[in-house]
Design a binder for this molecule. Structure first.
Ligand SMILES: NC(=O)c1ccc[n+]([C@@H]2O[C@H](COP(=O)([O-])OP(=O)(O)OC[C@H]3O[C@@H](n4cnc5c(N)ncnc54)[C@H](O)[C@@H]3O)[C@@H](O)[C@H]2O)c1
Length: 453
């Protein structure tokens, strides 16, 4: 019988009520860990989360008190991105290990504090990169690790967020760059991490351009309200989103907003929006591999396409992230469904409606080969469940290196931070500017990024 480890969670919002806290009610996590506390700055949301989860465990509005009183050994950080560094470093100082939601943090100063605290305390930080664990992403990693296209030379990666998922980043805290680092950090941390992991790549420098074309004030029609709930254009706006259609989010956010003013259904055209929705990034890796990446947050469908070129061939991957559920009522999702239907009529397989995905290999000389990966519909295409099993059980083998620590978290956000700086300053930004020792990790603690007071 294994002794169950004690976990505490900070943040009782969407991700905690969907993934982290429910995990403790089911195998394998319930056999490996015990949830001993949840903390949130908003007491109303804490109460709502307790009711929703139907659990009776100690809750705290003071993180320090939770560390002192709960007996936790590992802290799960699931708060807005800009707050991660504070909770990670305090937990490490207290003698805990940490599992943090992505992104590890939002800028190089905060990163420096995390790296320094981890080194000094000897406790460990793991980043919950769930996208790695989806069977499709795992298959890409496995094939590339086999060396089937030789030495990698170039990667083209396009990620499309549709007008439901993409728009959601413009409704609440993510829409301010100071909270999230913008989508190049908040969202692209997943994508840059996948490329780094798939290719064993170490990014060297970055050039980027970006703009905001659809969301924010530029696109606003004058009569838009501050939020969907009381908007006069609700009947006609394509981006209208009804909070009360999602019982869990309505329970968490509707009443709790009077405490902290966190409006869950903010207007995507609000003047508060200062992040970009259209981005293009060019990354040079230390081994010479070149990545060309684009991200847009208002696409007619959701998914990604990635092509790897190598000295012996090419690997092409197309992954439709959304299988449009019949019951989706929002206009935007109906639009996505219409795209799938129209593709079927054209005789093209409607990717979103298949139960498998493919990876195509074109050897440089000779033919083409297709690998098939069964599609999973569980959260994040089977990624979340597999990640939980792995993160909570140290004994499991990890032959493809799914588990990610501070370095992977750092390299993925540093590409985004460098891209933001490149866009602002119109020049190529080296990762070494942000973290002088980044290419020389083996040299030890003095290579960590500088900690500023
Ligand atoms: N890996 C994924 O697929 C995935 C998906 C969604 C979100 N996330 C990440 O999960 C984290 C949480 O996102 P979310 O969508 O659940 O956010 P959320 O806004 O729904 O919940 C965040 C919670 O943190 C609380 N909070 C804010 N500041 C706090 C503070 N100083 N002290 C204590 N509590 C505080 C808020 O009151 C809120 O309840 C983010 O880092 C996000 O990037 C990851």
């Amino acid at each position: 019988m294994i002794e169950r480890r004690h976990y505490a969670i900070v943040g009782s919002g969407h991700r905690t009520t969907k993934l982290w806290a429910p995990a403790f009610k089911r195998a394998p996590v319930k056999d490996l860990g015990e949830l001993v506390g949840i903390c949130d700055a908003n007491p109303e949301r804490l109460k709502a989360a307790q009711r929703w989860l139907d659990i009776n465990i100690p809750v705290y509005t003071d993180f320090g008190k939770m560390l002192d009183q709960s007996g936790c050994q590992t802290v799960i950080v699931s708060t807005p991105d800009v707050t991660h560094d504070r909770f990670i470093t305090e937990a490490l100082e207290h003698g805990c290990d940490v599992i943090t939601e992505k992104p590890l943090t939002t800028d190089e100063r905060r990163l420096a504090r995390i790296v320094e605290a981890e080194r000094r305390t000897g406790h460990k930080v793991e980043v919950a990169f769930n996208y790695r664990y989806a069977p499709y992403a795992t298959e890409v990693r496995r094939r590339l690790a086999e060396g089937i296209i030789g030495e990698l030379t170039a990667v083209e990666f396009q990620w499309c967020l549709d007008t439901v998922h993409g728009a959601d980043y413009f409704r609440r805290w993510h829409r301010r760059i100071e909270n999230s680092g913008g989508l190049l950090v908040h969202k692209a941390t997943h994508h840059f991490d996948l490329v780094n992991w798939w290719t064993d790549g170490e990014p060297a420098d970055v050039f980027a351009r970006g703009s905001r074309r659809v969301y924010g004030t530029q696109a606003a029609q004058p009569a838009h309200g501050r939020r969907c709930s009381d908007c006069a254009l609700a009947a006609t706006c394509s981006f209208y989103w009804r909070l009360d259609d999602d019982r869990r989010l309505a329970a968490l956010f509707r009443d709790a907003e009077r405490v902290d003013g966190y409006v869950r259904d903010g207007c995507v055209f609000d003047e508060q929006v200062d992040i970009m929705d259209t981005m293009s990034v060019s990354v040079r890796y230390q081994n010479g591999m070149l990545l060309t990446y684009t991200l847009q947050a208002y696409a007619p469908f959701e998914g990604y396409r990635i092509q790897f070129s190598g000295t012996r061939g090419r690997l092409e991957c197309v992954f439709p992230e959304y299988v449009v559920p019949e019951q989706e009522l929002s206009l935007a999702r109906r639009q996505s469904a219409r795209v799938a239907g129209a593709l079927e009529e054209l005789g093209t397989p409607a990717l979103g409606h298949r139960d498998y995905d493919t990876i195509r290999l074109y050897p440089t000389f000779g033919g083409v080969r297709e690998y098939t990966v069964p599609r999973e519909t569980a959260e994040h295409y089977g990624g979340d469940g597999r990640m939980l099993a792995s993160l909570f059980d140290d004994r499991l083998p990890d032959p493809l290196g799914h588990r990610a620590g501070t370095r992977a978290g750092a390299l993925s956000i540093l590409i985004g931070v460098a891209a933001n700086r490149s866009i602002a300053e119109g020049r190529t930004v080296s990762l070494a500017e942000l973290w002088p020792g980044v290419f020389n990790e083996a040299a030890g603690a003095d290579t960590a990024p500088k900690v500023e007071p």
